[in-house]
Write a protein that binds this ligand. Structure first.
Ligand SMILES: *[C@@H]1O[C@H](CO)[C@@H](O)[C@H](O)[C@H]1NC(C)=O
Ligand SMILES: *[C@@H]1O[C@H](CO)[C@@H](O)[C@H](O)[C@H]1NC(C)=O
Ligand SMILES: *[C@@H]1O[C@H](CO)[C@@H](O)[C@H](O)[C@H]1NC(C)=O
Ligand SMILES: *[C@@H]1O[C@H](CO)[C@@H](O)[C@H](O)[C@H]1NC(C)=O
Ligand SMILES: *[C@@H]1O[C@H](CO)[C@@H](O)[C@H](O)[C@H]1NC(C)=O
Length: 440
């Protein structure tokens, strides 16, 4: 006969032991968070919205994958009882890698202008303009997620961001209408992914999934998968991995000497079209000592940008593979356009040759299909959605928004690697298929 009273006692003990810790965990620590992402076509930007300040207000922001931090314009309308500038020579100031101190601001104290405050350089990466700003903390609230639906709203009481002010022309110039700043997801310890993962002790991973549609939202996940898209497709289980590369020289519009780049670079070794190698100057594909060259990923460039000789080689090889389709006069900013009535369709967009970005070995490549390579310019004109970046760009290849849409990209900051899905259309889903109905 088993001793039931002992078992009961043991069960009570377990209930007592396990139950409080489980409830504490689920109520206090979400495993992942999310932000919706809206595409706006007028400027081709990807926007998101956070809730910030006391009382909380929605703040519209342009998503900046390589951006250093969250920055908002504090010149107008920053009202919050919990706003707190970060003083110089503090742990938070050094976490931000600031190397300047705003000793005195010649005005009455206000958000963006306080004495003895940690100084940073907010960067409008759309227009490549920057100004000075102060490191600040305030409340940010955001929805948690189980990877399938949004859950409860959680908040971070001392979220670090940069307040820009004191400029005659607003740093917001060039950003979409209603936008108040930029949400930087870049390689720093104060970017949104870094702060969220340290605030809630979850994996230092995040994922972006940009919608190609202006009518339904894409999503950014902070934390590990699942990343489930309807109908029940977990994109985190279909990823191909490649190392993320650190560029030791900043690619920001202004920076302090010695600052590394906060952009995410990957090691593209060659390009192939229809499986055929595109001849190009391979030295442009690596990053030199001055930080020039290489391939980065960007959400602020609507289309991929390539150094002139790479661009020309791509156009030449692509048009050779698609010689049977009638070309039409090209439409700026594109250099190669076709009459779309001559092109068939596939599940992954117009039937055109696949473009492969070959990575660490010949069997690891990011394949770009018609939906991501071609842009519908008018009813019957389709253009190759890559643009000429000139002969001396800082970065040789910038993979832009159009090439990222309906692809899920996961950035693992702890192991410094990128997971990419290639086109989700292959799996009969898209980035606009996250179920935004809350289950909180
Ligand atoms: C940022 O975080 C990384 C990893 O946790 C750490 O190695 C590095 O020292 C930190 N940098 C700063 C400036 O705090
Ligand atoms: C900064 O300090 C100076 C001198 O102490 C003072 O006149 C000024 O009002 C202060 N400004 C701010 C923004 O606190
Ligand atoms: C290849 O690119 C490098 C870096 O821009 C340049 O120095 C070199 O002259 C180029 N080589 C050729 C053959 O064009
Ligand atoms: C595309 O081809 C169709 C059918 O041949 C023709 O009617 C149309 O004018 C062409 N469009 C352009 C932009 O050349
Ligand atoms: C979306 O999520 C809600 C809440 O969990 C659920 O009731 C609904 O059925 C889901 N929608 C679809 C299309 O699965």
């Amino acid at each position: 006969m088993p001793n039931y009273s002992n078992i009961l006692l043991l069960m009570c003990f377990f209930l007592f032991l396990i139950f409080p810790s489980i409830t504490a965990k689920t109520t206090l620590s979400p495993k992942a968070l999310l932000l919706p992402v809206t595409k706006v076509t007028k400027t081709v930007q990807y926007l998101t919205k956070i809730h910030q300040r006391t009382p909380l207000v929605p703040v519209k922001l342009t998503l900046d994958l390589g951006g250093q931090f969250l920055w908002v314009d504090c010149e107008q309308g920053y009202v919050s009882s919990s706003y707190k500038p970060v003083p110089c020579s503090t742990a938070k100031c050094s976490l931000s890698r600031s190397s300047s101190c705003i000793v005195e601001c010649y005005s009455s104290p206000k958000p963006g202008c306080n004495n003895n405050t940690c100084g940073l350089i907010p960067d409008n990466t759309v227009t490549s303009t920057s100004t000075s700003g102060e490191l600040t903390e305030d409340v940010v609230s955001i929805q948690s997620t189980n990877g399938r639906n949004p859950g409860k709203v959680v908040s971070v009481s001392k979220f670090l961001f940069t307040c820009s002010s004191g400029t005659t022309t607003s740093l917001l110039k060039g950003l979409a209408s209603g936008v108040k700043g930029m949400a930087g997801l870049g390689r720093t310890n104060i970017s949104l992914p870094s702060q969220f993962s340290s605030a809630f002790s979850f994996h230092r991973k995040f994922a972006i999934c940009l919608s190609s549609s202006t009518r339904s939202n894409g999503v950014v996940f902070f934390g590990d998968g699942p990343y489930v898209l309807l109908p029940n497709f977990d994109a985190s289980t279909y990823l191909i991995y490649t190392p993320l590369i650190l560029n030791h020289v900043s690619t920001a519009s202004s920076y302090f000497l010695g600052d590394p780049s906060t952009d995410y670079f990957i090691g593209v070794k060659s390009l192939k079209i229809n499986g055929n190698n595109v001849p190009l100057n391979a030295s442009l594909l690596s990053i030199n000592k001055q930080g020039i060259g290489g391939t980065k990923i960007s959400t602020v460039n609507p289309y991929s940008v390539m150094e002139t000789s790479i661009y020309n080689a791509l156009i030449k090889a692509f048009s050779k593979e698609l010689a049977n389709v009638p070309r039409v006069a090209h439409v700026a900013p594109f250099g190669l356009c076709y009459n779309s009535t001559g092109l068939g369709g596939t599940r992954v967009g117009p039937a055109v040759p696949a473009i492969d970005l070959v990575l660490q070995s010949s069997d690891v490549y990011w394949r770009i299909f018609g939906a991501n390579s071609m842009v519908q310019v008018t009813n019957d004109v389709l253009c190759l959605g890559f643009v000429d970046g000139g002969s001396k760009p800082r970065t040789s290849i910038v993979i832009g928004g159009h090439q990222l849409e309906d692809n899920l990209l996961q950035f693992d900051l702890a192991t410094s690697r990128l997971g990419f899905s290639s086109s989700l259309l292959f799996h009969q889903t898209t980035c606009s298929n996250f179920n935004f109905t809350s289950n909180a």
